[in-house]
Design a protein around this ligand. Structure first.
Ligand code: 9WN
Length: 470
């Protein structure tokens, strides 16, 4: 495709280098209708990756950004779930495990309306999609209207949120639950160690890990954890992907729920755009926010924690997922302030370390290299940067933006970095690192957020960004 660039290319030399490098990654990983997170390690389309990718891709090609989200949501199941992987039939089965012949979505998910001609996984990932859709729309509303972008996406996003808040309210307390660690996106977090300990791993000889062909084993999950992931996915598949079947893993995660709330606000904007009623979505966002604080806030820890629905108790592990609710517009001010204090403290080092780690630096399970057990990820830092701005912490947000821009390029757009040294870890030329770097770079030139029609701002501090899903 040869669409013109849609945002001004920066002129400062370092910015230009970063811009070009990020654009190269985005162009190389584009597959015609969607983007792969990384051609070697992750050679298919991933759900929350696509949302982050679309947010960055809009700066290069709004059409491609729209297409990214359209392609993903075409694979939506009849019950509303947006699968975590949409498989590319041209990629050999051995290139990634669990592969389409493991998930068997078109057969095992048939009763739930899995697509007949597209193979997908059967689990989901965090709902960043409505937020991404709104940001992509806002970037070029005229093109969006001409292409009927929001009309196409709106019913799919509404069905997705209905699924998450309906079938997936497994705890009955008004939050959505994940049934597999991979659904939370932070797959290997120490927060799963407790709930996962009840899961019997499948024998290591019963499958072949493809990830170790591309990644160092010290940076990837252990075989024991992998065996447990496979057991959970096998059992879910064999139960026809029914959420009503007995589940041995069910957890309410603060990052997933915070993203759902931010996306519900975005869905209100998406609904109101052609004159629809935003109120039901705003009411749902408010209910979710209340439930988030009631069920997952820990005043003792000064952050949100996961709730393990098996024993119905909070998991003591302090993961960066517990800081992400800073992104929620309606968060009580004292909660937002406490979260920022926790982020700036010795556990997460905001303002002293280059980037915020994915796990408590002082936690007994902290590992600076193994994915989600300590390394810093650019998507989580991007979400925190937005949250800081939303609640008026502009200095802290600027202080995070600068090292993010520096380390995104310096690390070769690494999947993650050591939070203390910023040394690259995981795969390189990772798409969301490039996409979100581009987005941060372009941020000052973004159109101002919409004003009218938005509900009362949650951010009460002078200088707080106007409340918007954007
Ligand atoms: C399993 C694609 C995905 C991300 C996840 C990240 C990693 C996959 C894996 O890569 O998970 O979904 O094989 O390790 O944990 O957040 O979406 O980039």
């Amino acid at each position: 495709m040869t669409e013109p660039l849609t945002a001004p290319v920066p002129t400062a030399a370092t910015d230009l280098t970063l811009w070009r490098g990020a654009a190269r990654v985005l162009l190389q990983n584009w597959r015609g209708d969607s983007t792969v997170p990384s051609p070697g390690l992750y050679p298919h389309q991933w759900s929350w990756d696509s949302a982050f990718i679309a947010i960055g891709l809009r700066h290069l090609s709004v059409r491609r950004a729209q297409r990214e989200l359209e392609t993903l949501t075409l694979a939506q199941w009849g019950d509303g779930r947006i699968p975590h992987i949409v498989f590319d039939p041209a990629v050999p089965l051995a290139a990634y495990f669990p592969s389409p012949d493991f998930w068997r979505s078109s057969r095992a998910g048939a009763a739930l309306g899995a697509p007949r001609h597209i193979e997908t996984s059967g689990i989901v990932q965090p709902p960043v999609h409505a937020l991404a859709t709104w940001l992509v729309h806002r970037f070029d509303p005229a093109l969006s209207r001409r292409r009927g972008f929001l009309e196409r996406l709106r019913p799919r996003l509404a069905a997705w949120h209905d699924y998450l808040t309906g079938q997936r309210d497994l705890g009955g307390g008004g939050l959505t639950a994940v049934v597999h660690p991979r659904e939370a996106g932070m797959d290997n977090s120490p927060a799963w160690d407790g709930p996962l300990s009840r899961v019997e791993p499948v024998p290591a000889a019963s499958y072949r890990r493809a990830d170790l062909d591309h990644g160092a084993s010290a940076e990837r999950p252990t075989d024991l954890d992998y065996g447990r992931y496979v057991r959970l996915a096998t059992d879910y598949r064999d139960a026809g992907y029914l959420d009503t079947a007995p589940l041995s893993f069910a957890v309410e995660d603060p990052c997933v729920n915070a993203l759902l709330i931010a996306s519900e606000h975005a869905l209100a904007d998406i609904t109101a755009e052609p004159g629809g009623d935003r109120a039901p979505h705003e009411r749902r966002a408010a209910r979710l926010t209340d439930a988030l604080v009631t069920r997952l806030w820990s005043p003792e820890e000064g952050m949100f924690l996961n709730r393990d629905l098996g024993p119905d108790r909070l998991v003591p592990a302090r993961s960066a997922a517990g800081l992400v609710p800073l992104l929620v517009p309606g968060l009580p001010a004292h909660v937002a302030d406490t979260l920022v204090r926790t982020a700036k403290g010795a556990s997460f080092g905001l303002g002293t370390l280059p980037l915020v780690p994915s796990y408590d630096l002082r936690g007994p399970d902290f590992d600076p290299s193994r994915y989600w057990r300590g390394p810093a990820w650019f998507n989580i830092n991007w979400l925190l940067e937005r949250g800081l701005r939303l609640h008026g912490y502009t200095g802290e947000a600027d202080g995070l933006r600068a090292p993010m821009l520096r380390e995104a390029g310096a690390s070769g757009f690494a999947e993650y970095v050591d939070p203390c040294t910023a040394e690259a870890r995981g795969t390189r030329s990772f798409d969301w690192t490039a996409a979100l770097g581009l987005d941060l770079l372009a941020a000052p030139s973004l159109p101002a957020p919409r004003g009218g029609g938005d509900p009362a701002p949650a951010a009460t501090r002078p200088g707080a960004r106007e409340r918007t899903a954007v």
